[in-house]
Design a protein around this ligand. Structure first.
Ligand SMILES: [Zn+2]
Length: 452
């Protein structure tokens, strides 16, 4: 009965175009009804669709003029560009190594070495992170011409073949923009769980703990019902988050005590009164001040190739076995052995500071270990590509290498007198914004309760 009804309807439709439209509409409506029909074990609709399909078979469809629908269908099947056999895109997975990835594309270990030599002053390829991406460009002979490491929308590194046995590197950085959000919450259970509920990530919470480490014991002293207000800034390039975030201000309103921290324009944290919350940083990662044999120089020319080959650190000539000490508290993030950097350590310090120590002879810490200022972390050496026994020391601020001998380092001093007024004004403004947000959140949760 339904089939006859459709046939009659069809006979009144004048053009093939409209018939096709009708077929589409019917198929769509049948498909929408189908899941329900299937549940009812009524499969009568299936022959209906098949029957219609057969009547408007492929032979007839080919005679149709190109309509908007067929154009659209055509475009859907033709958008994939032909694959370039010389471009290989590889998404890095956990446990990957450069040599394993290169072997996959028929590239030999010599090429791995050449690329790693180019990466010596950056060490971007030494620890490959899942989610990062490599794009390799090969030539007719299957040799690597260039490679791009995609870290996030704001950071790419390009390695390019300059000579049969040499690659150069170029960092493509985009600062993007920082977008602020105020997150507020109340402590129920642990501070950690409460902060997570409010939208803070593990790194944020770790930094908050570090900020107030000397002022409060988070496990013991934070009372239930304590309010917290956080001004969090997140980095975006275009629409895409780079995954970088920082805390620009925080207040914890405990019963008898208000803890606060605000980032000043020098990148350091102070409380609302302008007293430093940083732990002091030593200028030298050594027990004694020593001579510098090679200075930090972002525009150093390579003596042989005459190309710009930055020296991202400071070199101290030292006899092998000289103790190297942590210049500030931190966590050991890398313990690696690189063909050119040798045995090296990286430490992530509080806030935006990171340090690296190259050409070591012996490690005295492990990855993941917390270290304190003045702690012995390694013995200096002459490992990797080194012209003689020395320590190559790097200081990174906000992931950029800076001159360790002249950079601003936290000295645990109050806000400088000349910027005290500006700091106080900013604290006042941010505090008002945070209070407003807390009020808003309370109102909303009040409304929620009424609604429930
Ligand atoms: Zn050096």
């Amino acid at each position: 009965m339904p089939i006859r009804h459709i046939r009659q309807l069809r006979d009144r439709v004048p053009t093939m175009h409209q018939r096709l439209m009708l077929l589409c509409l019917l198929s769509i409506s049948v498909l929408m009804v189908w899941p329900q029909q299937k549940q009812q074990q009524n499969l009568g609709v299936v022959p209906l669709v098949l029957g219609l399909g057969l009547q408007h078979g492929p032979a007839q469809l080919q005679q149709f003029p190109v309509t908007e629908i067929t154009e659209w269908l055509y475009s859907k099947t033709q958008t994939t560009p032909p694959e370039d056999p010389y471009v290989k895109v590889y998404n890095i997975e956990s446990g990957d190594s450069l040599s394993r990835i290169f072997a996959r594309y028929g590239l030999n270990y010599q090429t791995v070495q050449q690329v790693m030599a180019a990466d010596e002053s950056l060490l971007a390829l030494d620890v490959l992170r899942p989610g990062n991406r490599l794009t390799l460009q090969l030539d007719d002979d299957g040799q690597l011409q260039s490679m791009e490491l995609y870290v996030h929308a704001g950071k790419k590194v390009l390695y390019k073949r300059e000579a049969p046995d040499e690659f150069s590197y170029q960092e493509l950085l985009d600062e993007g923009i920082w977008q602020n959000t105020i997150l507020v919450g109340e402590v129920f259970g642990s501070f950690y769980a409460s902060a997570q509920r409010a939208g803070l990530n593990d790194a944020d919470i770790y930094n908050i703990n570090q900020l107030f480490k000397d002022r409060i014991n988070f496990a013991r002293d934070i009372q239930a019902g304590a309010q917290f207000q956080v001004l969090r800034s997140e980095n975006y390039v275009g629409e895409e988050s780079t995954g970088q975030s920082r805390i620009e201000g925080i207040r914890i309103l405990n019963r008898r005590q208000t803890l606060s921290a605000f980032m000043h324009d020098d990148g350091q944290y102070y409380d609302a009164n302008g007293d430093s919350l940083e732990r002091a940083f030593s200028r030298y990662p050594l027990n004694n001040q020593v001579r510098v044999s090679s200075h930090f120089n972002p525009r150093r020319l390579h003596p042989i190739t005459k190309r710009v080959s930055p020296h991202n650190g400071t070199d101290f000539p030292l006899p092998v076995g000289t103790p190297v000490i942590a210049p500030a508290d931190g966590v050991v993030t890398r313990i690696e052995n690189h063909p050119f950097a040798g045995k090296y350590i990286e430490i992530q310090h509080f806030g935006n500071y990171k340090t690296r120590y190259l050409h070591l002879s012996r490690f005295m810490v492990q990855r993941g270990q917390r270290v304190t200022r003045g702690q012995r972390i390694a013995l200096s050496g002459n490992t990797g590509r080194s012209t003689g026994p020395h320590l190559h020391y790097e200081l990174h601020v906000n992931n950029r290498p800076v001159n360790p001998m002249s950079a601003h380092i936290p000295l645990a001093r109050p806000v400088p007198a000349e910027s005290k007024a500006a700091f106080a004004a900013r604290v006042k403004q941010l505090t008002a914004q945070m209070e407003q947000q807390t009020l808003l959140a309370k109102q909303q949760s009040g409304e929620q309760e009424v609604a429930d």
